[in-house]
Design a protein around this ligand. Structure first.
Ligand SMILES: [Zn+2]
Length: 185
């Protein structure tokens, strides 16, 4: 297991159509493990393979200790619309409101290659749509209605009267901003 570098906006791979996974092998399972490590390290909620430089249709999401691995995910059903803040590990510190379906049904294959079908809502539904977008070369900023709504949250900026976070020896914790609640993926 290892932490892989996350590509950031401007890298051409983030704008490519990722390829379907034909055969699951040990190297892909290793990739899945690396993606979870990378995502944890970056404090993210989800990650798509192209974000770590692998142009394949694979996404991982972790929410409330539940892990989701989907090879060749396909959203087959969408219901409702809800607008909420989004962030992305490939656009660090940028946040903005994106309208997404409230509920989605997604099918694909899990880590073992077994066909799965999931019905998700709320944050998980949002994360799935965000990650599947990555597989099609779409970034959340493309979906923000008005780019003026994008906000950059400076992690070094001290925004309140709170004392410095002493439980953050690396100094990498984001500033204590309500905007930070938007999960990055
Ligand atoms: Zn993203």
């Amino acid at each position: 297991m290892a932490i892989r570098p996350i590509l950031t906006e401007g890298h051409p791979m983030l704008r490519q159509q990722a390829k379907k996974v034909r055969r699951l092998d040990a190297s892909l399972r290793r990739l899945v493990d690396d993606m979870f490590d990378t995502m944890h390290d970056a404090d993210g909620l989800g990650l798509a393979a192209p974000q770590v430089g692998v142009p394949l249709r694979l996404i991982v999401i972790e929410h409330e200790d539940e892990r989701y691995v989907l090879f060749n995910p396909e959203i087959t059903r969408q219901r409702g619309t809800v607008t909420d803040d989004e962030g992305c590990l490939s656009l660090p510190q940028w946040f903005g409101p994106v309208a997404r379906s409230e509920q989605v049904t997604v099918k694909g294959r899990d880590r073992a290659g077994k066909a799965v079908r999931l019905k998700l809502e709320g944050l998980l539904a949002r994360a799935i749509q965000h990650e599947v977008d990555h597989l099609d070369g779409t970034l959340f900023t493309d979906r923000v209605e008005d780019r003026a709504q994008l906000r950059y949250v400076d992690p070094a900026q001290d925004t309140g009267p709170q004392p410095p976070a002493s439980d953050d020896p690396d100094g990498t914790a984001p500033a204590d901003e309500p905007d930070q609640q938007a999960a990055a993926s």
